[in-house]
Design a protein around this ligand. Structure first.
Ligand code: GLY
Length: 347
């Protein structure tokens, strides 16, 4: 088992390893003053892991309530989030009690927001059940729900009390969903190139790699919790990735879109002489290894229009994360015309 601490406005323990779901009660007990626990989860995850978590919490003396909603991004809405808040109110939770968010990024973001809003904030324990959520969304305190106008438009920063990444949960993931997590891991490895050889080993050691990614993310979050500086490096691949998701009507999953986004802009940078061609080749070979896409079927014009509509976009210029002459991604401010040129070169 690996253990890390994230030091932000509130410190948060992150544990990574096998069998953690069954130990959730004993691990949460010293961190949660109250004895009421609400498990928030989608129907699919409830069927797989709901009982195991309930048993563990009850064994440690928690009284357990459930809020179960339909699975999927379509339900990451203010309405579903309010179901969680109302379940807390109906069960009489006070500020010493806790929400246990069991699931992927949708549940972590949404239950995290419900916990942050209920009585102006109660504790939240995240139990990511996807590799994608373990490698990215569960670390750093971003919470949100979607609005009809865009993804993650209603949210806040609120650090969880504890994150338990039970690596056994990843065994039940469909292969494309598992691959999505590798996209965020490949992203982290380019931000911290010492990790690249670990990903290139014949049998990559997932627990070790995941811990290294969480460590990288925790350092970025510790120095820029509110995402106005270096934390934005984690957006490598995301500007074009979000544009791909938007163009596909959110049919292309996030991790796949980010993989294609990284590959398109890195090829564009290599073609323009901004980074070495070897950087693009190494990225492509890793993405292939983890069965991730290297491009998409949308045109430069479609992707550029979608990138302009992104919530992170301000005015006529955009801050991108692009590999530099050393091959390492850095922040770079550019016009949309320059972004269009890079996309055209990289497609
Ligand atoms: N998902 C990127 C971040 O947490 O900043």
């Amino acid at each position: 088992m690996k253990e890390l601490t994230i030091s932000a406005s509130r410190s948060c323990r992150v544990l990574i390893g096998s069998g953690l779901l069954s130990r959730a009660g004993e691990l949460a007990l010293p961190l949660i003053e109250g004895r009421r626990a609400l498990i928030a989860c989608g129907e699919r995850v409830f069927a797989l892991y709901g009982e195991r978590l309930r048993e563990s919490l009850e064994l440690s003396g928690f009284s357990v309530w459930f809020c179960v909603y339909p699975s999927g991004e379509a339900y990451k809405t203010p309405e579903t989030m309010l179901l969680i808040v109302k379940a807390l109110a109906e069960a009489g939770f006070d500020r010493s009690d806790a929400v246990f968010a069991l699931g992927g990024g949708v549940t972590g973001d949404m239950a995290g927001l419900a916990a942050a809003l209920y009585r102006r904030g109660i504790a939240c324990v995240l139990l990511p059940t996807t590799l994608l959520a373990a490698a990215d969304a569960s670390v750093g305190g971003k919470t949100a729900v979607d609005l009809p106008q865009g993804k993650n438009l209603l949210g806040c920063f609120a650090q969880p009390r504890l994150v338990l990444c039970d690596t056994d949960c990843f065994r039940t993931l469909p292969p494309e969903t598992f691959a999505e997590g590798w996209a965020e891991i490949v992203k982290c490895a380019f931000l911290r190139p010492e990790l690249l050889p670990l990903l290139e080993e014949p049998e990559p050691r997932l627990e070790e790699i995941l811990a290294a990614c969480v460590e990288l993310k925790s350092e970025l979050v510790a120095s820029d919790e509110f995402d106005t500086g270096v934390r934005r490096l984690l957006n490598f691949g995301h500007t074009v990735g979000h544009a791909i998701e938007r163009c596909s009507g959110w049919e292309i999953p996030h991790g796949h879109a980010v993989a294609a986004g990284m590959a398109i802009l890195t090829r564009g940078c290599a073609a323009k002489g901004l980074c070495p061609p070897e950087t693009a080749a190494r990225l492509e070979s890793l993405l292939k290894r983890f069965s991730l896409p290297l491009s998409c079927d949308f045109t430069e014009g479609e992707l550029l229009a979608a990138a302009r509509a992104d919530k992170k976009t301000r005015g006529r210029r955009i801050t991108l994360v692009l590999p530099d002459e050393s091959g390492r991604p850095g922040l770079r401010d550019m016009s949309f015309e320059e972004l269009g040129e890079l996309i055209a070169l990289g497609l």
